[in-house]
Design a protein around this ligand. Structure first.
Ligand SMILES: [Zn+2]
Ligand SMILES: [Zn+2]
Length: 171
């Protein structure tokens, strides 16, 4: 039921709803070089969430500084990987689910998403990894650009607005 079908329904669309939540999740990220949030969803129900942060129990970038390797901060586990870990910790099946992520996945996260049998990736901004786009096609997965939904000014944006070689998101 969309707002188009019912002009008096002023609610956000499902895509906006889940992307807005992913953006809120991103505000908990602990590496300020890039804040990313991810939400895994099936049948309009949130199964798990994740943001980029340190290994559980270890110091965060905000406390210990970044851990830079080849120009990237490698201290954090990425948002998409953490969402998959959260599902695993709680015994939640994510097969055939969708993932909403504020930035399209890096190659490492893409491989985890693919092997979790998540079929659709909705992303808020394009990340530089184009390999995922090509491989997704081959795997029958979809990568869907929702960047036009990233404009709710009430949700804070932290970190670089766009990825580039210096963003150090950890790939
Ligand atoms: Zn960092
Ligand atoms: Zn990643």
């Amino acid at each position: 039921m969309s707002s188009q079908e019912h002009p008096n329904d002023k609610r956000v669309s499902w895509h906006e709803y889940f992307m807005n939540i992913a953006r809120q999740v991103a505000t908990r990220a602990t590496c300020d070089r890039k804040h990313v949030g991810a939400v895994i969803v099936r049948d309009k129900t949130i199964l798990s969430t994740g943001y980029n942060g340190s290994i559980r129990g270890l110091a965060h970038c905000t406390e210990a500084g970044h851990l830079i390797e080849d120009g990237h901060c490698v201290r954090t586990v990425h948002a998409e990987a953490n969402a998959i870990c959260q599902a695993a910790r709680n015994g939640v099946r994510i097969e055939n689910a969708d993932i909403y992520t504020t930035a399209s996945p890096c190659w490492n996260c893409f491989r985890l998403i693919a092997n979790s049998s998540i079929k659709r990736i909705y992303y808020g901004e394009f990340y530089r990894d184009t390999r995922s786009l090509e491989v997704a096609k081959e795997l029958g997965m979809e990568l869907i650009d929702l960047s036009e939904l990233m404009n709710d000014p009430s949700i804070p944006i932290v970190g670089e607005p766009k990825h580039d070689d210096s963003c150090g998101c950890g790939e």
